[in-house]
Design a protein around this ligand. Structure first.
Ligand code: ATP
Ligand code: MG
Length: 587
């Protein structure tokens, strides 16, 4: 165990890591000898969109438990709706799970591989008089289902004979009927207090091509029927799902008992919600399709591909998931907590470099023309053994515009006329003159340097309060830097006034691109490489980068906004120690 003190968990995020109620339940099952002590879990995405942080919570839970208890976790695609699913989504999901650091080995399953078996189970239910073909329209079925206070009404087709049902169902499969002409329904109880049990639909007709089974089927099993049987076929011992499936559990149990199949233990947990973003594939698809973002992997998206492109290390997401824990209480986690987890990893993995985002030129008047000196910036200041980055220095230097003030207040420890500051690793400089245009805008500064302060220290031990980052103008490479802010203007983008939608609270300034001046050694970095620009934040090379035009995404700023958030956090979550570092290697 690393006993690093924990910065406190977000409010309402359940138990300490590793101590969640699901784990406790598995331990109980083990000591009771259930499932012969084995553990089989699965992560069951529907390939109808890209994975997001909510899915990461489920992936880490399912794969994490299997890892911890020496069990196995399958990757299973619940691909029962050909209209919304695609190969693109399957491929993206596989890449994302792998990137997150998990391995399903040879256990990649598809509900569509079970279509033949599912069909046989459906026929079996018909033969048992536990399922019937209903020929009401979708509206009639909905109308007759009843409400929470009114029982449902039986379909006029409910008492069809087994022979007739079997004949119709086979003809449905054979493609004799158009979409919507009939459905297969379970015959359970139209008066059940659980509406899901009021003769749920098991199969519907869909003349649509499936990305895996092509046109072999024109009837498709419903999610509920498929999901529980798929779990049974895979002998999933612990079927973990989010709370909205609590009421489906009764149907799953009915199906498995009636068909005499293996019964998984279903346990529900709260969905993850994150402030200032949306975690719903339907909404994310809308953001992509309507062009509010550049795609599923837009670095502002809470998708795993977006976070990857942004530069968030997978290890940070795993730590985030471990720390928010698992509970049954709904809660919203601050996005800042993920940033905190990212900084923690980046601080020890991202090499230091220098870049100036809003450049202001300095002419070092007493520095020789045409001279270049090389200084050495430690890649990891806490660990000098890890080497340095060579930095060219010359007569003209870029500094950050915000690091200069003409009329500076006393506490402004940066550059101002007559006050000496350090250029990191290089020299002490003092501003001697300001060049302005006719309207008073500052064009450049003239400074003098003290040659005896070479390397950034002084022979007489005189102190300077400010240290600035800089880039040699003659050597600097221009780079496009994408600075991101929250995608939404309010904590909960789904709570909007009547007549508005989450699209109305999109932050119009969530992306700002600036042209920075950058240390030339950064121009050749490959996409995905992460660096720390001193004093500015952590940045990641974007795939749009070319050798002539490097593009960087800001992952997170240096400033720890988490420290601010921490103040708002309930003290009961303080003093929780971190889980042991995950055994995965980050990529
Ligand atoms: P969405 O609401 O975004 O469409 P979904 O639940 O329909 O998500 P699935 O592909 O069915 O998406 O999800 C696969 C697994 O991930 C399920 O077991 C689901 O419970 C889990 N999951 C999805 N969203 C979250 C979330 N926000 N928090 C935790 N687990 C989630
Ligand atoms: Mg789902």
């Amino acid at each position: 165990m690393t006993n690093t003190p924990h910065p406190a968990l977000p409010p309402g995020t359940g138990e300490a890591p590793g101590k969640n109620f699901i784990r406790a339940k598995i331990l109980q099952d083990r000591s009771a000898g259930r499932f012969s002590g084995s553990l089989q879990t699965r992560f069951p995405p529907e390939p109808n969109g890209y994975l997001h942080l909510g899915h990461a919570k489920s992936i880490c839970l399912n794969f994490g438990l299997a890892e911890e208890f020496g069990g196995r976790c399958n990757l299973r695609f619940d691909d029962t709706n050909p209209l919304k699913e695609s190969r693109e989504y399957v491929d993206a999901i596989r890449a994302d799970v792998r990137w997150l650091g998990f391995d399903w080995e040879d256990r990649e399953y598809y509900a569509s591989d079970y279509f033949e078996q599912l069909y046989a189970f459906a026929e079996k239910l018909i033969l048992m008089d536990k399922a019937y073909v209903d020929s009401q329209s979708a509206e009639e079925i909905r109308e007759n289902r009843g409400t929470l206070t009114r029982p449902g009404a039986g379909s006029p087709y409910r008492d069809r004979s087994v022979t007739e049902n079997l004949d119709l169902f086979r003809r449905m499969r054979a493609g004799e009927f158009p979409d919507g002409a009939h459905v297969l329904r379970a015959k359970i109880d139209m008066a059940s207090p659980n509406i899901i049990m009021r003769d749920p639909t098991l199969y519907r007709i869909r003349h649509a091509e499936h990305h895996r089974t092509q046109n072999r089927w024109c009837i498709y099993p419903m999610y509920d029927f498929t999901h529980c049987i798929s779990d049974a076929l895979e002998k999933v011992t612990h079927s973990l799902c989010t709370l909205e499936f609590v009421n489906n559990r009764e149907l799953y149990n009915w199906t498995l008992e009636t068909l005499n199949l293996f019964r998984s233990e279903q346990t529900e947990f709260a969905r993850l919600s994150i402030s200032r973003t949306v975690l719903s594939k339907r909404k994310l698809i809308q953001l992509v399709n309507e062009g509010h973002v550049s795609g599923w992997d837009d670095p502002r998206m809470p998708t795993l591909s977006g976070l990857r492109r942004r530069g968030i290390p997978p290890e940070a997401i795993r730590n985030f998931c471990a720390r928010i824990g698992i509970s049954r209480a709904d809660n919203v986690v601050e996005y800042g907590f993920l940033e905190f987890c990212a900084r923690e990893i980046l601080n020890r993995t991202a090499k230091r470099a220098m870049a100036v985002l809003d450049p202001l030129k300095i002419i070092v008047e007493n520095y020789p023309h045409n001279r270049t000196e090389w200084f050495h910036l430690p890649l990891f200041p806490d660990d000098p053994e890890k080497g340095t980055r060579p930095l060219p220095f010359s007569r003209e230097i870029w500094i950050e515009r915000s690091d200069f003030r003409e009329d500076a207040p006393g506490k402004f420890h940066r550059l101002t006329p007559g006050r000496e500051v350090r250029l990191r690793c290089a020299y002490y400089i003092t501003c001697t003159a300001i060049h302005k245009d006719e309207s008073g805008n500052i064009l450049s500064l003239v400074c003098s340097y003290d040659p005896r302060t070479r390397g950034g220290g002084s022979p007489d031990n005189r102190k300077v309060k400010g240290t600035l980052h800089w880039v040699s103008a003659a050597h600097a490479v221009p780079a496009a830097i994408r600075l991101y802010d929250d995608l939404f203007l309010q904590d909960d983008p789904e709570t909007v006034p009547e007549g508005k939608t989450f699209l109305d609270v999109i932050n119009p300034d969530s992306l700002r691109t600036v042209t920075a001046r950058m240390d030339p050694s950064l121009a050749a970095l490959p996409p995905g490489e992460r660096v720390q620009f001193e004093r500015l934040g952590y940045f990641c090379v974007d795939p749009d980068s070319t050798p002539c035009q490097p593009v960087f995404n800001r992952i997170v700023a240096i400033k720890d906004t988490w420290a601010k958030l921490e103040k708002r956090i309930s003290p009961s979550y303080k003093n929780i120690s971190l889980p042991a570092g995950p055994s995965h290697s980050s990529s």
